[in-house]
Structures are given as structure tokens and as C-alpha cells.
Design a protein around this ligand. Structure first.
Ligand code: MRU
Length: 347
């Protein structure tokens, strides 16, 4: 891939600015944790695994800059930093997973001198990024086996390199199938209101010369009914113990349409997206974003001023619509409660 989503470079966090794609490929540098938190809130970086990497790096930046010289003071400030990062976005569980991982690391090494502890936290954040790339590759190879030769794969939102440390989850499956010479094509839903499909998925697939056709969200059923879609692969923001899956708003509609048309519907996600503390999807917190994302496009009003708006950023697809959940440790198909637990334990 010819871009880097996020990296730790020279004591700063560098991210490609996803609000400016596809028009401009701009990299922003962040030297404090507040900047990273703002970048997550403002969708400079988005997508569950990428948000997790950003959170880990944000915590590491914050820990590095704590001015307290005693351990009590350090851990008091560390808790504040973790809480700020945790308050950025509510749905993608990878955010909380990454913060917990950083907290566990700090706890494990709490008796070390602060300079050593700060270094350990930076190394851990870099490791979260490096591991994510390897995880995406493993998801890709498990998933590619499920994609038939010559398939047309429909995807929703962006679960690509931009949503991860690179390669992607749903797009990881697509990339691996493409690399295996399966001659696949992709249909990308544009994904209103934020247009992750049009702006990001189409951009990164075209960069990799993977054939992609952009459709607006309301066209998916039309193409499924015509027999033009072989299977669907999407990412996830949080998967409950029973397999119910939160992903970008509109995913549920795609899954229902897929079932109606007898088309397999797969979810691709790392085990860090599993939230086995939740028994079912109704317990997943759904982020509600500003009405401006619905009423405006690039600052231009497309709806009458003052109209009432709803803007949930995610929906939950019940497990019964999901043909399989592809993780880095294998594919869950059937008894999700049992199989997801087993996959999580392999981690
Ligand atoms: O609001 P976003 O752009 O962060 O939502 C992203 C999605 O819903 C993705 O499909 C999901 O995070 C999986 S990314 C590998």
C-alpha cells in the first residue's frame, strides 16, 4: 500500500487526514494527547482498529509528557489521560481495548523508574500498530478462502487500510482474494452521511488497481436482485458475545437484503473487536453524531434549514443475518456464542 494510516515518528504521531481524502493526501503531526483525542473525535482517523492504534499512541504521548516526578502523581495524570482518550468515541470497542492494554502495561511495570515506564508505554503503542497490520493479513488469508473465483463482493463503509494500521479487515479479505488471483470485483456502497465508501474505499482500492464500482447506498438491493453480487464483506466496530455486530449505519439493511437474496454476508474483524461482556447487540452504545453530517455536504446545505434530523453513526446486525465472522484466528460460523469465545481465547 502506498500510504501510511498512522505511525509513531520522531516522538510524534503522524496520521493521514481522512477528512481531506480523496482530494488531498495530507499527513498531520500530533505532539500531544489532546491533539490525538481531537483527531479521533473529528474523524481525521476513523475505523475501529485505527482508532485503537491512535488511542494507544495518544496514551503514550500523554504519559511521556506527564510532568509529575513521583509515581502517585504520574498515575493520577495517567488516569486522566486514559479517560480523555476513552471519551472520544463510544461505539468501537477497539478504543477501550487499546486503552486497557496500555493501562495493564503501566500496572505491570509500576515499580520501574518513570523514565523506563514512559519508554515501555511508547514501545507498547508502536507494537499495537505493528500487530494490527499482521492481524489484518491473517484475517485476509482466512477470509480469502471464502471468496469464490470471479466473485463480485459488496462492501459498506471503509474497513480498509485506512481503518486499520494497513491492509484492512473487510478490504483485507478483498485484497487477499485479489492477490490470490481470484479475479474479483468490488461494489462499494458510498455510505452516507460521511461517505467513507465513496471517499475512502474507492480511493484505496483504485490505488491498488482492484476493480471497484461505486454505488449509492439505495442501489445495493437492485444489484443483489439482479444477481450481480456474489457475497458481502463488511467490518465491525463491536461484536457482542452472540455475534450481533455493530458496524457503520446501513450495514443492517445490507445484511437483510443479502439474506432475502440468498447472498452470503460476512463480517471481518480482529478479536479485539469482540466484546464478550455484552450478551447481545442491543447493549452496544451507538454514537449519535452532528446533524450537519446529514443536512450538509462540504458545508453546502442539502436540506431545509431547521429540519429535524437523526444521525446514528452505527447500527446492529443481528447474528442470524451473518454467514460468518472472519477473525485472525479463524472463522466463526454457526454457534457464535461458543465459537467466538474459543477464537478470543486463542488471542
Ligand atoms: O465512523 P467510522 O468511519 O469510524 O466507522 C467505521 C466503520 O464502521 C468500519 O466499518 C469499522 O470500524 C470497521 S474498520 C476495519
Amino acid at each position: 500500500m502506498s500510504f501510511r494510516t498512522i505511525q509513531w515518528h520522531d516522538g510524534k504521531v503522524v496520521m493521514i487526514d481522512q477528512t481531506r481524502l480523496p482530494a488531498e493526501e495530507v499527513y498531520n503531526e500530533y505532539s500531544d494527547y489532546q491533539g490525538v483525542a481531537q483527531a479521533i473525535r473529528g474523524m481525521i482517523i476513523r475505523g475501529a482498529p485505527a482508532i485503537g492504534v491512535a488511542a494507544a499512541m495518544g496514551v503514550a504521548l500523554g504519559a511521556r509528557d506527564i510532568i509529575a516526578t513521583d509515581h502517585d502523581g504520574f498515575f493520577r495524570d495517567f488516569e486522566i489521560i486514559c479517560n480523555v482518550m476513552a471519551g472520544t468515541r463510544p461505539t468501537a470497542v477497539n478504543l477501550f481495548w487499546a486503552i486497557d492494554r496500555m493501562k495493564r502495561m503501566a500496572e505491570l511495570h509500576k515499580t520501574l523508574p518513570l523514565s523506563a515506564l514512559r519508554k515501555i508505554l511508547i514501545d507498547e503503542a508502536i507494537r499495537v500498530e505493528e500487530e494490527d497490520l499482521a492481524i489484518c493479513k491473517a484475517i485476509g488469508s482466512h477470509g480469502a478462502a471464502l471468496i469464490p473465483h470471479g466473485a463480485t463482493v459488496l462492501t459498506h463503509c471503509n474497513a480498509g487500510g485506512l481503518a486499520t494500521a494497513g491492509y484492512g479487515t473487510a478490504l483485507g479479505v478483498i485484497r487477499a482474494a485479489h492477490e490470490a488471483g481470484k479475479g474479483i470485483k468490488v461494489f462499494a456502497d458510498e455510505t452516507r452521511p460521511w461517505l467513507q465508501g465513496a471517499r475512502l474505499t474507492a480511493w484505496e482500492l483504485m490505488k491498488d488497481n482492484i476493480p471497484v464500482t461505486l454505488i449509492s447506498d439505495n442501489m445495493a438491493g437492485y444489484f443483489m436482485k439482479k444477481g450481480e453480487i456474489t457475497c458481502c464483506v463488511v467490518g465491525a466496530d463491536r461484536i457482542a458475545a452472540n455475534g450481533d455486530t455493530a458496524n457503520k449505519i446501513g450495514t443492517y439493511s445490507v445484511a437483510v437484503l443479502a439474506k432475502e437474496n440468498g447472498i452470503p454476508f460476512y463480517v471481518a474483524a480482529p478479536v479485539s473487536t469482540l466484546d464478550l461482556t455484552l450478551s447481545h447487540g442491543d447493549q452496544i452504545p451507538i454514537e449519535e453524531r452532528t446533524s450537519l453530517e446529514v443536512t450538509h455536504i462540504k458545508g453546502i446545505a442539502i436540506a431545509p434549514e431547521g429540519v429535524a434530523v437523526k444521525n446514528p453513526a452505527f447500527d446492529v446486525t443481528p447474528a442470524r443475518y451473518i454467514t460468518g465472522i472472519i477473525t485472525e484466528h479463524g472463522v466463526a460460523q454457526g454457534d457464535y456464542l461458543k465459537e467466538l469465545k474459543a477464537l478470543a481465547e486463542k488471542g
